[in-house]
Design a protein around this ligand. Structure first.
Ligand code: AMP
Ligand code: ZN
Length: 498
């Protein structure tokens, strides 16, 4: 019997930043979704603010998959073309770091890409389907610039190519995503400096001619240079998802100019708007201010896991931080604090205890005291309402309450309802929210470690009995080298970790 995918039974609504409304989600191709999210610029370690945006979209990806959609999720790595201050002039962020550290730019890219992947896997984030890089798509970027030039929406100036915003705005609407109006922008900008190659201050670079000291450079019909920052996302999204695709995401701070320029480039190159649903995740703040690399107002994932920061009273597990983030809606600002994390830790442990208890419950003839089916529907309603994870979590805690009543044997549950309760709890907690039961995971590791050391203790005892002291000493010394100390006592040998 063919199973009906869940998405056919649910109506998902997504807040579309371009219309400012929640809209019923309908993919271009039934059952399939193309989603693009702007990835990190790999010139430094990611901070928790960056992580929040990527974790928000990981939750979106997970829920879409949970609903049975086939999702192609593309999240790029920006490894060239992103200049200081997000501007059209200045040093490339990657090249600057390479200069300061006396490394090759690609050594910087490798180091911070690995760091990013490591951090995201600590947060139990699923890898995207494709993770393309800007430097891997220079040829495609040059091709799309040619098309935009041919279509009359760009001009060459002194070896650079600029997008002609005023020309574009005659036939299209520049500013429709960010709610800006070109006349106001013009009124509020200063005159161009005499040295500028641009016709108008609003124009943005598609290709920049490289100064002699700019080391990240490629040949092109216009100059040895490098692509503009906004262009890579247009190129990589259209290459892997098509000229028009379903969902484009990123942090709120990317709406303007980055995403506005992506729309302009897509429309200028392909004659149609590139994205059906624009999703923007809100910022993580610290002391009420945006967590940001440039102001130094950040906490790093490593500091969080080690507790090594004045803001933190103790270390926190990645799953607790993930839970803390899921307790806020992705479109709300979330302020980071030690107290809030401690509160989340309590909630998280309560949830995990209940999930474990659930496995020990037995079924009765009928259910009393809870309507499992309507509760399950309410869980889905929360997520179908623009991925409302805080409401979902509140619903999951209604489930926790019932589980605890069942544990005390003050209510009963039928076999069918128990199965539904387990499937819904586990599905949302692990599959959709992406939480990991760290208590269970670390106790499993501890069990395995104890078993392994016991085995070595027994082998050592056998060696001693056979007067093979070379082997028995080797076992003791090697274990000590990795921080495991054996202690021989009257009741046998025990061990401790250092
Ligand atoms: P970047 O590496 O600077 O290009 O940023 C990578 C992503 O992190 C972008 O989607 C930003 O919008 C996002 N981001 C940066 N700061 C924060 C923050 N404080 N809270 C949430 N997301 C952020
Ligand atoms: Zn982008």
């Amino acid at each position: 019997m063919a199973v009906t995918p869940l998405h056919k039974m649910h109506e998902l609504k997504i807040y579309n930043s371009i219309s400012g409304k929640k809209e019923i989600f309908k993919p271009i191709t039934e059952g399939n979704i193309g989603m693009y999210v702007c990835g990190p610029t790999v010139y430094s370690n990611v901070h928790l603010g960056n992580c929040r945006t990527f974790i928000s979209f990981d939750m979106v990806f997970r829920y879409l998959k949970h609903l049975g959609y086939k999702v192609r999720y593309v999240r790029n790595i920006t490894d060239a073309g992103h200049l200081e201050n997000d501007a059209d002039d200045g040093e490339d962020k990657v090249a600057k770091k390479a200069r300061l550290e006396q490394l090759e730019p690609m050594e910087i890219v490798q180091r911070y890409t690995l760091d990013f992947h490591h951090v995201m896997s600590r947060f139990n984030s699923i890898s995207p389907s494709i993770e393309p890089t800007a430097t891997g798509h220079i040829v495609e970027q040059i091709e799309i610039i040619k098309t935009i030039l041919d279509n009359g929406y760009a001009y060459v100036s002194n070896g650079s190519v600029y997008f002609d915003v005023q020309k574009f705005n005659e036939t299209n609407n520049y500013g429709k995503l960010s709610g800006r109006n070109l006349e106001d922008m013009i009124a509020n900008t200063r005159e161009l400096s005499a040295q500028s190659d641009k016709k108008n201050p609003q124009d943005f670079a598609l290709w920049k001619k490289a100064d002699p000291q700019h080391i990240m450079r490629w040949p092109s019909p216009w100059s040895d240079g490098f692509p503009g920052w906004h262009l890579e996302c247009t190129v990589m999204s259209t290459k892997y998802l098509g000229e028009r695709f379903d969902i484009h995401g990123g942090g709120m701070d990317l709406k303007f100019p980055h995403h506005e320029c992506e729309i302009a480039q897509g429309e200028a190159a392909c004659g149609q708007t590139p994205v059906n649903y624009w999703m923007h995740a809100n910022m993580l703040t610290l002391n009420g201010k945006k967590m940001s690399k440039s102001t130094g107002n950040t906490i790093s994932p490593e500091e969080l896991f080690s507790g090594n920061n004045d803001f933190l009273g103790k270390p926190f597990d990645a799953s607790i931080v993930r839970f803390f983030m899921m307790q806020a809606h992705y479109r709300s600002i979330l302020d980071f604090s030690n107290d809030a994390l401690e509160a989340s830790e309590k909630g998280f442990n309560k949830l995990m205890d209940a999930v474990q208890t659930l496995e020990t419950l037995s079924a009765h003839e009928k259910t009393e005291g809870f309507d499992v089916e309507s509760w399950k529907n309410e869980c889905y309603d929360a997520m179908n309402d623009d991925f409302n994870s805080p409401i979902l979590i509140a619903k999951l805690f209604d489930g926790v309450k019932f589980i605890n009543i069942l544990k005390e044997q003050k209510a009963t549950i039928s076999k069918q309802d128990l199965d539904m309760l387990k499937m819904t709890m586990n599905g949302f907690v692990f599959e959709v929210l992406g939480l990991v039961n760290s208590n269970e995971a670390s106790s499993k590791v501890n069990d395995k470690l104890s078993g392994t050391v016991e085995l070595l203790i027994n082998l050592r005892a056998e060696a001693r009995a056979n007067k093979d002291f070379a082997t028995s000493d080797k076992i003791r010394d090697k274990l000590l080298e990795i921080g495991i100390q054996l202690k021989d006592g009257r009741d046998g040998t025990s061990f401790s970790l250092h």
